[in-house]
Ligand binder design. Structure first.
Ligand code: CP
Length: 357
């Protein structure tokens, strides 16, 4: 049966069905072959324009969206906050309206505020792709993680996944919690109480497949997949941690802790890594690590996303797929329930209620 991606934007994983996720992953799988060719280019998006609008630093996401667009023959324009007129006081929405006037087909945006891509999607004719918004979602990261797991494990269904570290500030953890539970995996989140509040267990509606453990050892027990998150030093405004050294001792993934997981467990990290803090070099560079496979799959996933959203210009055949696309509107279900400020307040309340227990 042919599945269609009936969306104009990719704003988050929350709300995507298992069929839509599988369709994106299957499409990405078909695009991996292009990157193995001598001439790594196909004409699929010739004549389309993709703008990468990045208001936060990025190595992997920005570069892979740029390469993905170029391999599909799109015209790709990169704008970052320091080189845009936002640095002169222009608002995000005014910037977006001005870019819109130039007729792009897709806008890929990373922004420190949760909900910024949703604001763009409300006013833009172009399709909008969320490349990471504050602590809200990072959908293409979760998709590339899923592709990497699927390649090694065959399926996501029934897997036990441990996500360790700074859950509170992590858009990667949120997107992965939605994706993995939708696909039938069970997820254990673990970290210091300040960074992994028990309230996160209710992130996924009506699900019993998401839990929060206080001890990383309890989350690691028998895990098939271990995802380690970066300690986001730039977002540690309050005293979330006594010290990085203490974090490494009590929560960092080293060989001894990893031995609690299943013997064939795989280790993942979205990057950038703080070696010696959340993950030891021995684990990061060890036989279980798929960290660079994640990066390679990021390119295939972003090619698939650009292709499937493609600017809403009709049906296009990808290698080995008969994908089609339709257009729909941004629905309230795709909008973060909380404003960035509310989200910050909610996070702070969750932390304080957790500390006071
Ligand atoms: N994983 C990730 O988003 O990395 P970058 O910040 O380098 O894009």
């Amino acid at each position: 049966m042919k599945t269609e991606l009936t969306r104009k934007h990719l704003l988050g994983i929350r709300g995507l069905s298992a069929e839509e996720i599988t369709h994106i992953l299957d499409t990405a799988e078909s695009f991996r072959e292009i990157s193995a060719r001598e001439i790594k280019k196909v004409p699929t998006l010739r004549g389309r324009t993709v703008i990468n609008l990045f208001f936060e630093p990025s190595t992997r996401t920005r570069t892979s969206f740029e390469i993905a667009g170029k391999r599909l023959s799109a015209d790709v324009i990169n704008i970052n906050s320091s080189s845009s007129s936002v640095s002169k006081g222009e608002t995000l929405l005014d910037t977006a309206r001005n870019l819109e006037a130039m007729g792009p087909d897709l806008i890929v945006i990373r922004h420190p505020s949760s909900g910024a891509p949703h604001q763009l999607a409300r006013i833009c004719r172009a399709g909008v792709v969320n490349a990471g918004d504050g602590a809200h979602e990072h959908p293409t990261q979760a998709l590339l993680d899923a592709l990497t797991i699927r390649q090694r494990k065959g399926s996501l269904e029934g897997l036990r996944v441990a996500i360790l570290g700074d859950i509170l500030h992590s858009r990667v953890a949120r997107s992965n919690a939605h994706l993995l539970t939708t696909m039938g995996a069970s997820v254990a989140l673990a970290g210091p109480g300040t960074l992994a509040p028990p309230g996160f267990a209710s992130l996924v509606e009506g699900g019993t497949s998401l839990r929060v453990e206080r001890r990383v050892e309890d989350a690691l027990e028998g895990a098939d997949v271990v995802m380690v998150l970066r300690i986001q030093r730039e977002r540690q405004g309050s005293a979330f941690l006594p010290s990085m050294r203490e974090y490494a001792v009590h929560y960092g993934l080293d060989v001894k802790r990893l031995s609690l997981a299943a013997p064939d467990a795989i280790v993942m990290h979205p990057g950038p890594m703080n070696r010696g803090i959340e993950i030891s070099s021995e684990v990061a560079d060890g036989a279980s690590s798929l960290i660079l496979d994640q990066v390679a799959n990021g390119l295939a996933v972003r090619m698939a996303v650009l292709y499937l959203l493609g600017g809403g210009l009709g049906t296009m055949a990808a290698p080995n797929t008969t994908a089609a696309l339709k257009i729909d509107a941004v629905t309230s279900a795709e909008t973060p329930a909380e404003s960035p400020l509310e989200s910050h307040k909610a996070a702070a309340n969750a932390v304080h209620s957790d500390i006071s227990k």
